[in-house]
Design a protein around this ligand. Structure first.
Ligand code: NAP
Length: 230
């Protein structure tokens, strides 16, 4: 029963994140549209009618996980967290010359932000014996496809895949399912105009994972609703 459930989507103001918000709202969830710019959060949430709840959240701000916990406490529950906010800051650098500031900034958003927010919502999920955490990763983070180029982005997604396995294992038996997914190459500001996939397709697997039935998979890596190699 999706009705009444509350989902939080980071980077929910545009791109794949906004489409995830839209699809979750269409399935009857109330969606906390989290965005680092308050106006953008409000504008995006307004497009979901009464199902959208705007919330200002910068995943790199150390204050924001506890602000989110307090906000969700007031709403009464937290059922779904989609760690979607992400940056792609690599240029033509390789692992040998990428500026370490770029690596740090990428890890702050793509890994540590998602990690801290997962810590912030799990206690509320435990309270109701239900939770779905979906980490938006990338095939570029798959160990089986690891190669040169885009080093900070690749490492950040490899790391979020590892975090997925750790949390899923620690939460086994709690009905809190933690999975990671690759949306494919999607037409967004990050993916660019030449990407073959529309956002609807890019968001589909995340929404499926966010609404998995009890007893569904946990600690796995998906694309197009199918498990893919790490
Ligand atoms: P996008 O269009 O560039 O959107 C990125 C979103 O992340 C924006 O809402 C942005 O907010 C938000 N964001 C960035 N830094 C943030 C921060 N510090 N705090 C909160 N929000 C922050 O990217 P996208 O293509 O939709 O990507 C969404 C996810 O899919 C990312 O994790 C990305 O790595 C992954 N992915 C994308 C593709 C692709 O082909 N597009 C492929 C594989 C994986 P602002 O609007 O404020 O900047």
């Amino acid at each position: 029963m999706a009705e009444g459930r509350i989902a939080v989507v980071t980077g929910g103001n545009r791109g794949i994140g906004f489409e995830i918000c839209r699809q979750l709202a269409a399935r009857g969830l109330r969606v906390v549209v989290a965005a680092r710019d308050e106006d953008k959060a409000r504008q995006a949430a307004a497009q979901l009618d009464e199902d959208g709840i705007p919330f200002r959240l910068d995943v790199t701000d150390p204050e924001d996980p506890s602000r989110l916990t307090a906000f969700l406490d007031e709403l009464g529950r937290a059922d779904v967290l989609v760690n979607n906010a992400g940056v792609f800051l690599d240029r033509s650098w390789g692992g040998l010359d990428v500026p370490m500031d770029v690596v740090r900034e990428t890890l702050e958003v793509n890994l540590i932000g998602a990690w801290a927010l997962s810590q912030a919502v799990v206690p509320l999920m435990r309270r109701h014996g239900y939770g779905r955490i979906v980490n938006i990763s990338s095939g570029l983070g798959a160990m089986s496809e690891m190669s040169g180029g885009y080093p900070s982005y690749r490492i950040s997604k490899l790391a979020i895949n590892g975090m997925t396995r750790i949390l899923a294992d620690e939460l086994r038996g709690t009905n809190i399912l933690v999975n990671t997914m690759c949306p494919g190459w999607v037409q967004t500001d990050m993916g660019g105009r030449n990407a073959p996939r529309p956002v609807q397709e890019g968001a589909d697997t995340a929404v499926w994972l966010a609404t998995l039935p009890d007893g569904g998979p946990t600690g796995q890596f998906f694309r197009d609703r199918r498990q893919i190699p790490w």
